[in-house]
Design a binder for this molecule. Structure first.
Ligand code: ADP
Length: 664
């Protein structure tokens, strides 16, 4: 039943509108959503394609670069030509002895000590006996000096050994200047080996030791700093233990603070390269194991620093190239030149070796697939929006938002209209209930009395007279009710016809109030009328004004049951007359003061107190006031009473008594 009621006009139009709106907005929204998703998918696909292409290009570039590197290793001119930037190339004879390095000093330390012929011990026997057995330093010095001068003939190795011995003896004899002179001579022999160490290093370390013994601190520091620089620059051909030993010595001699290495990363890389070479020489992948790889490449990690090792042992000789992060990064940058793309190299275990780990979609080329020593990932640069919306997507999103907004606004108005209509319906049914109630009580008393009269049940004439009185009152009440409703119909309708005429407000009100007093007597209310002293004319419709003022008085009496006085004040203003009906009843709360002027609306208090009414009086009065060119003003305080004021047009006496021109 309630469902069917929804489809009664005009609500069905709203319902249908709402339905159509929901369905169309839903469909549109759904379609846009689909389109948006499709667009995104397409976008992602395009992005992925670009990554894949970049990855393919990068793999090709890397493969080309590695092939080129291998070719250069194998080329006959490799020993003399420049090694590619960041690559250290080693050449070794078939026995594995390293006999060439490019660039010179490129390796910090070597896996094998330098091959050298044994130093003949015979020439030194006499000198060493004097130095160590007899402790005859003068004799020892003479012997060493002699050896050093004839050493030229015996070979630079003997000369170097003799100079080292001479310097040592002078040091022991505490002849620093003589010792220094010997060391200088020794230093000049540079790479000649003394006891397995380069003469230059022996001289440098010897000098430092001497300065230490003689507590010549500034010179010691200078010497130690120089030694450190030479070591880090790969100046000497040393084994790892020699390098580490002299590095530690240099540090100790320098004392705190520790020297700042110019480029620590580069030093770490140089260490990693030297370690990688050491590892290669231990592993010997070109000949060891069940499946030796005479020519191959591998990515190894040395203390977390990636090193690319390339070797070729297929010919007679072995060539090895090692390159660290510097080379790898340059290579990767060349391979992935696009600014908004990034790369990551990972080892076969999936660990990131170089580059920034990816958070975004990526294209991967595994080591196996690309035949590179690493896996390559290409991805969007970090910080780059991974799903930027295309202009179309942006537009679509806006359309969606707009659609939602339009739909919501529409729905709001529809719901509001329906709610209002429901409220009006409720008010109307309240009105019908109110009207029926108002009619029922006089009608039932009328029918009761009439029946009693017919059956002649009144025992005395007196009682019969009283019954006639009741009949007359109730009939009058009914008449007023009907008239009230008819007037409501008449005055509420838009084109009600009013008959305006000049009205002397004094006599008019006196008559009306006098008539009302008989009605008010039933509730013991008195009406106080205050009129202006001079005769005042207004322009008005007698019937309508009577209806309006009667209603105001009726309300004032009805809604002030415990306050027996109601006032009617008429005040002349410039060109207007204000008519106020005032009571001290229970008043009207502020939140109801607007609504009660609407049709069928009744105050909560009056309903709670079960005061009879239909809720049409004030709306009708407002229409009447408007027709008189004025309005009804209300001021009220709950619990203190209400005051309704009606503004009417003042007429000058001459206008009022004249021909009445211009008056309808
Ligand atoms: P009715 O009196 O039949 O209910 P009206 O349109 O005349 O209808 O008044 C509407 C409502 O305004 C009343 O139900 C009542 O709540 C309130 N009202 C009107 N006049 C007064 C008054 N003088 N004092 C208190 N409330 C009033």
């Amino acid at each position: 039943m309630a469902f069917r009621a929804w489809f009664r006009p005009p609500r069905h139009i709203l319902t249908i509108f709402l339905g159509v709106a929901v369905v169309s907005a839903g469909t549109l929204g759904w379609l846009s959503w689909l389109l948006l998703q499709q667009d995104r998918a397409l976008d992602l696909q395009r992005r992925q394609e670009r990554l894949e292409q970049a990855a393919d290009r990068a793999t090709a570039v890397m493969r080309g670069a590695l092939a080129d590197l291998e070719l250069r290793l194998a080329s006959p001119s490799a020993r003399t030509s420049k090694a590619p930037h960041g690559v250290v190339v080693l050449f070794s004879d078939p026995t594995g002895v390293i006999d060439g390095v490019r660039p010179t000093g490129g390796l910090l330390y070597y896996p094998t000590p330098e091959q050298m012929s044994d130093l003949p011990t015979a020439p030194f026997i006499v000198a060493e006996q004097a130095e160590f057995a007899r402790q005859d330093l003068v004799a020892a010095a003479e012997q060493y000096t002699a050896l050093a001068s004839e050493g030229d003939a015996a070979g630079t190795a003997v000369r170097a050994g003799a100079l080292a011995g001479l310097a040592r003896v002078h040091r022991k004899a505490r002849h620093p200047d003589a010792a220094l002179a010997a060391y200088d001579e020794l230093a000049a022999l540079s790479d000649v080996r003394v006891g397995g160490l380069p003469a230059g290093l022996v001289a440098r370390a010897g000098r430092a030791r001497m300065f230490e013994e003689f507590a010549r601190a500034p010179e010691l520091r200078g010497e130690a700093a120089q030694l450190g620089r030479e070591l880090r620059g790969g100046r000497w051909r040393l084994t790892k233990s020699q390098y580490q030993f002299y590095s530690a010595e240099a540090l100790r001699w320098l004392g705190p603070p520790e020297p700042e290495i110019e480029v620590p990363d580069l030093h770490a890389e140089a260490v990693a390269l030297a370690d990688a070479v050491q590892w290669l020489w231990e592993e010997r992948p070109w000949e060891a194991g069940p499946s030796p790889e005479p020519a191959s490449r591998r990515l190894v990690q040395m203390s977390d620093i990636p090193v690319l090792a390339v070797w070729n042992a297929s010919g007679e000789r072995l060539q090895v190239g090692v390159a660290g992060p510097r080379y790898l990064a340059t290579l990767a940058r060349e391979a992935v030149p696009d600014g908004d793309l990034e790369w990551t190299l990972t080892d076969p275990a999936g660990r990131v070796v170089l580059g920034t780990p990816s958070l975004s979609p990526l294209a991967v080329r595994t080591a196996a697939a690309s035949r590179l020593p690493w896996s390559l990932q290409v991805h969007a640069a970090t910080g780059l929006d991974l799903s930027p919306t295309s202009p179309r997507q942006g537009l679509l999103s806006w359309v969606l938002v707009l659609l939602a907004a339009v739909w919501m606004t529409g729905a709001y108005f529809v719901v509001r209209a329906i709610t209002r209509e429901l409220a009006v319906e409720r008010l109307q049914s309240d009105f019908v209930a109110g009207v029926s109630h108002e009619f029922r009580s006089p009608l039932s008393s009328l029918s009761q009395i009439a029946e009693m009269l017919v059956s002649d049940r009144f025992t005395s004439e007196d009682l019969r007279q009283q019954a006639y009185g009741v009949l007359a009152r109730e009939t009058d009440r009914l008449r007023r009710l009907v008239e009230g409703l008819l007037d409501f119909g008449r005055f509420s309708a838009g084109g009600a016809d009013y008959h305006f005429e000049p009205l002397a407000i004094g006599p008019f009100l006196e008559t009306l109030v006098a008539e009302f007093r008989t009605r008010a007597a039933a509730t013991d209310h008195t009406i106080e009328l205050m009129l202006p002293s001079e005769t005042t004319y207004i322009r008005g419709d007698r019937d309508a004004l009577t209806r309006a003022i009667w209603n105001l008085l009726d309300n004032a009496v009805k809604y002030s049951p415990d306050r027996p006085t109601v006032w009617v004040d008429v005040v002349r203003e410039q060109d207007r007359v204000s008519l106020t009906v005032r009571d001290q009843g229970f008043g009207i709360p502020p939140d109801e003061q607007r609504a009660i002027f609407e049709r069928f609306v009744r105050g909560a208090e009056s309903k709670a107190r079960r005061i009879k009414g239909t809720g049409v009086g004030l709306s009708m009065m407002q229409r009447i006031a408007e027709a008189h060119g004025g309005e009804i003003r209300l001021t009220s305080q709950p619990g203190q009473g209400s005051r309704f004021t009606m503004m009417l047009t003042l007429l000058s006496t001459s206008d009022a008594l004249g021909t009445g021109e211009g008056l309808a």
